[in-house]
Design a protein around this ligand. Structure first.
Ligand SMILES: Nc1ncnc2c1ncn2[C@@H]1O[C@H](COP(=O)(O)OP(=O)(O)O)[C@@H](O)[C@H]1O
Ligand SMILES: N[C@@H](CCC(=O)OP(=O)(O)O)C(=O)O
Length: 373
């Protein structure tokens, strides 16, 4: 199938640790230079480019001459703090060879969850791009703990796509693209060059990383593809060790995930579905579940339980009684209020609460049904 590249202006390139390092985990400047040379080519061809770069922990390991990634969080965070500075020093030096300037942005999930911080992120990114400076983004690993971290840079790069309205995300890895199984385990696995639509079958091809450096393997890359395609943008996985693979993503290199057949969510829907962090759960019965699939609003009648404490205006998960995630949405009522009115008809809300600001718990316009069943 033909790759539709006509509308592509802004490209996010994500390079994994395996692409930036030798097999022994040491940062390899030659490899980084090859990536930057391709960024220069793309910029000369008129594309706007942003870079999401892993490698901070690997660079920190190199600095301290460690052979193995530590398992404990504070050690990993310390290595990221040491390595991130070294990584940026290398980028500064190598970007200047091509008369390009770069900058550092470190992010956590909280920066995407909070709409005000998200707005500032967008403004800063635009200002950097106006100055013709390439933003280099990584997770703020030194300060990231469970509640606020993204966890891997495939996801971080995908979260950035709607923020900067990139039309293409290129994931640069140590493998030619998506195979029907992990080729390190199954030599008969076949490379797929074009994915028109991400089906559960294709999602099932993803296995773990075989390297101790990489985070997430193919699973995080396919989840990233889903997020990117649902925004209507394209994604491509290429092998960083092949000459000009990044530039050739626009031709025939690697695996292309077509964004034209995705759900084309609006920025707000995409924020609800992927970038916001749910503050609680609303459990619904089977009848309500069927109604939600027809994109109706969530009414108190179908609610059987509420988990967590949240205020009105929070994003919450809507789950079935079996625990399956059905939808995410912005709730009109706080958790304590929903507990009082769950299971009742809408006309009883006022009697129970002594006020009624809304008929719906979540209005259909503020809800994203995650998968069509
Ligand atoms: N179906 C698959 N196709 C290709 N690679 C796969 C598949 N399943 C698992 N993998 C693994 O994913 C690895 C790439 O992910 P990862 O090691 O996290 O690299 P990166 O540092 O680029 O993020 C491959 O080297 C391979 O071992
Ligand atoms: N933020 C971490 C890398 C996390 C990550 O996703 O790594 P990778 O799978 O190599 O892209 C770092 O800079 O070491």
């Amino acid at each position: 199938m033909e790759r539709s590249i006509q509308d592509i202006k802004k490209i996010i390139i994500k390079v994994g640790s395996t692409t930036l390092c030798d097999d022994d985990g040491q940062i390899n400047k030659e490899k980084i230079l090859k990536v930057i040379a391709q960024i220069a080519k793309l910029k000369r061809a008129g594309y706007t480019v942003l870079l999401v770069s892993s490698g901070a922990i690997a660079a920190g390991m190199g600095a301290l001459h460690l052979d193995e990634k530590p398992t404990l969080l504070p050690q990993k965070q310390a290595l990221a703090a040491i390595g991130q500075a070294r990584l940026m020093e290398i980028y500064e030096e190598l970007f200047s060879i091509f008369q390009m300037r770069c900058s550092q942005i470190l992010l956590n999930h909280g920066d995407f969850d909070d709409r005000k911080r998200l707005m500032h992120l967008n403004l800063t990114m635009n200002a950097l791009l106006d100055y013709d400076v390439v933003p280099i983004i990584n997770e703020n690993d030194a300060l990231s703990v469970d509640e606020i971290k993204v966890g891997d840079n495939d996801t971080l790069a995908a979260l950035l796509v709607p923020v900067v309205e990139a039309e293409l995300l290129i994931l640069v890895s140590d493998i030619d693209g998506l195979y029907t199984a992990n080729p390190h385990d199954d030599p008969s696995a076949k490379l797929l060059s074009y994915i028109d639509h991400l089906t559960p079958k294709i999602m099932s091809y993803a296995g773990d990383s075989h390297s101790t450096l990489g985070t997430g393997g193919m699973a995080t890359k396919l989840k990233a593809a889903k997020m990117v395609n649902d925004f209507g943008s394209h994604m491509c996985i290429v092998n960083g060790s092949k000459p000009d693979a990044i530039v050739n993503a626009l031709k025939d290199e690697g695996t292309w995930f077509n964004g034209r057949s995705g759900r084309k969510m609006k920025a707000r829907e995409h924020w609800i579905a992927y970038r916001s962090k749910p503050k609680g759960k609303i459990v619904v019965d089977a009848g309500c579940q069927r109604a939600l699939m027809r994109h109706t609003s969530l009414l108190p009648k179908g609610i059987v339980d509420v988990e967590g404490d949240f205020l009105s205006g929070a994003v919450v998960d809507v789950v079935s009684q079996e625990g399956e995630l059905l939808a995410k949405g912005i709730t009109n009522y706080a958790s304590d209020e929903v507990r009082l009115i769950k299971g009742v008809n809408t006309d009883q809300i006022e009697k129970i609460l002594h006020y009624k600001d809304y008929d719906t718990i979540i209005h259909a316009n503020n809800m994203v049904v995650l998968e069509e069943k």
